[in-house]
Write a protein that binds this ligand. Structure first.
Ligand code: ADP
Ligand code: MG
Length: 545
């Protein structure tokens, strides 16, 4: 890589007197509230649904966080290839099925959630797929990796193919930091904090355009988009901004409904398989062009089996799904691990120099990338290992855990999304022993439970970066003056998410946009997990250095 990648980042944030920090905080919170950089407040005690006329500032950082300019460009550059790769993985049904089936077995062994998704996918394939197109609104997440000998690099944490959230709020927080830089120049605190180092970032446009492209491909006048949401979603405004853009820029109305509501509000036309939505406020059914899931990524969203049934009903329809079952399965951690195996990238992304090797049937005739481009993508991989399958890599993974004092330097991941599921460092050894103990009670013909997990090397982000994290808090009556927010200076880690959009089917990618935009989520260094919605991270933006 080019030598302009620094080996360290500037110490951060620059120092300012408290009075100036307070002023920036006041400006930031007013900007957030007046620009829709907001959440619904937590439910008051005793309420089961959110308040409808109240909002709070989303958790945000007061300063943008430094990010190496060349690595930011690289992350954006490889997104188009990542989109193509995951499109091909999804369309190569045989390959995908074999990979995900390594995570569950027998009647109830292994990962039950992946099994349910696979069962739905199988049912739809048996009954006949009525809509060959899949819509991907992806987010590829990275951390900056620092080790003692090499320049800084970006390493992929995971690739999300369902409910890739925060595109809208990310655009707003970029606007916030630019506003603070323009309005106050951050009081001259750092030469980096100039508007030209704060890149414009507008994922709303690109994400809505992806939905509009799918709607156009569906091609039936009068049809509308359905967003499947969680009941009581507190991050609703991030979703609303996409709805407004769909309407304002593309003239497409959309609807929101939970899986539970859809059990009664949706129906399939028995001859055409068109999906009809009859919202509770209307007796007039609406034809649905695109089903966009902002729910359904966690087993918690399927509290009863009827909710899997309704998901499969939607899947059987002619509507274009974002994502399909297959595309959701392609986003599993297991697929990420298998893609890192030698030869697998070449199978999906053949280059002039790998011609003659075994190639996926869906890669034939598709866009060719250069060896350098595919290598750049591979450079973003961290070490990934399977466990429990008895193969060479699996044995290596198990040996690495043993030799690292029970897993120091590694993370163990189940097939889950949404944060809070991983096992870190020395907790891995005892966790695996516990799984083995339970396995001893089962028939020895079954694969070990750890086969449903993957092992990954920990990325080590640069130290000495801090930021001021602003969060709404419930005011305490015995506090004077009444405080409704906290401002904590913390040592942090920032995770860059890069959005991508692709529309594809029948072995062909018909739309691919890798320049949709980015997200930066920043969390206290002591916290292992990164979810903004679960309260660990704040929304941030990059200052390029
Ligand atoms: P989820 O699907 O639950 O979001 P992730 O793979 O994104 O799962 O992991 C959650 C969080 O754990 C990430 O946001 C990141 O903070 C941390 N994490 C995951 N993998 C690694 C890794 N290899 N190195 C360092 N941190 C990681
Ligand atoms: Mg994640």
């Amino acid at each position: 890589m080019s030598s302009s990648i620094p080996s360290t980042l500037p110490d951060w944030p620059p120092a300012l007197p408290q009075s100036q920090l307070d002023h920036l905080t006041t400006l930031a919170l007013d900007y957030a509230l007046s620009h829709g950089l907001i959440y619904r407040p937590p439910y008051p005690a005793g309420c089961s649904s959110p308040l409808s006329a109240s909002s709070i500032s989303a958790p945000i950082s007061l300063f943008p966080s430094p990010f190496p300019k060349d690595l930011h460009s690289k992350a954006l550059k490889i997104q188009e290839i990542y989109n193509e790769l995951y499109a091909r993985v999804t369309m190569d049904e045989e390959w995908l099925e074999e990979v995900v089936k390594a995570c569950f077995w027998g009647v109830d062994g292994g990962d039950g959630f992946l099994r349910e998704l696979w069962k739905g996918w199988k049912e739809v394939r048996e009954k006949g797929i009525k809509q060959p197109l899949h819509l991907l609104l992806a987010r590829s997440d990275y951390l900056v990796h620092q080790n003692s000998k090499d320049p800084l690099s970006i390493k992929q944490v995971e690739f999300n193919t369902i409910s890739s959230s925060f595109g809208s709020l990310s655009e707003k927080v970029g606007g916030l930091h630019r506003y603070l830089a323009q309005q106050t120049s951050y009081f001259g605190a750092s030469p980096h904090l100039k508007p030209e180092n704060l890149p414009t970032n507008s994922p709303i446009k690109g994400l809505a355009k992806g939905l509009a492209e799918a709607h156009k491909a569906f091609g039936v006048a009068g049809s509308e988009i359905l967003m499947v949401v969680q009941d009581g979603e507190r991050n609703a405004f991030d979703q609303r901004w996409l709805e407004y853009e769909l309407l304002e820029a593309h003239g497409i109305p959309s609807h929101r409904a939970s899986l539970q509501t859809l059990t009664t509000a949706s129906s399939l036309d028995s001859s055409t398989y068109q999906l009809l939505l009859t919202p509770p406020h209307s007796s007039q059914p609406v034809l649905i062009s695109v089903v966009y899931y902002r729910a359904g990524y966690t087993p918690d969203d399927y509290s009863t089996s009827s909710l899997y049934t309704v998901r499969t009903k939607l899947e059987l329809s002619t509507a274009i799904k974002c994502p399909t079952y297959a595309l959701q399965l392609a986003g599993s951690k297991k697929v990420q691990q298998v893609l890192a195996r030698p030869g697998v990238l070449e199978y999906f992304l053949p280059t002039a120099s790998t011609v003659g090797g075994k190639v996926s049937p869906v890669s034939k005739g598709g866009k060719m990338y250069s060896k350098e481009e595919v290598d750049e993508l591979r450079e973003s991989f961290m070490g990934l290992w399977p466990l429990g399958d008895g193969g060479e890599e699996s044995l290596e993974g198990e040996r690495l855990v043993k030799e690292s004092d029970g897993g120091e330097g590694f993370v163990l991941k189940p097939q889950r999304e949404g944060g809070g599921n991983n096992v870190y460092n020395k907790d891995i050894g005892p966790f695996l022993e516990e799984l083995e103990k339970k396995d001893r009670l089962l028939p020895s013909t079954e694969p070990p439970s750890k086969s449903a997990y993957i092992l990954m090397s920990l990325i080590t982000p640069p130290p000495h970066l801090s930021n001021i994290l602003l969060r709404s808090v419930k005011p305490s009556p015995d506090q004077s003056p009444l405080e409704d927010h906290s401002a904590d200076l913390k040592e942090v880690i920032s995770e860059l998410g890069v959005y991508g959009v692709a529309l594809f089917g029948k072995g062909e990618v018909v739309y691919n946009d890798g320049k949709v935009g980015t997200l930066l989520r920043t969390k206290g260094r002591e916290s292992d997990e990164g979810g903004v919605a679960v309260g660990f991270s704040v929304l941030d933006s990059v200052v390029l250095v």
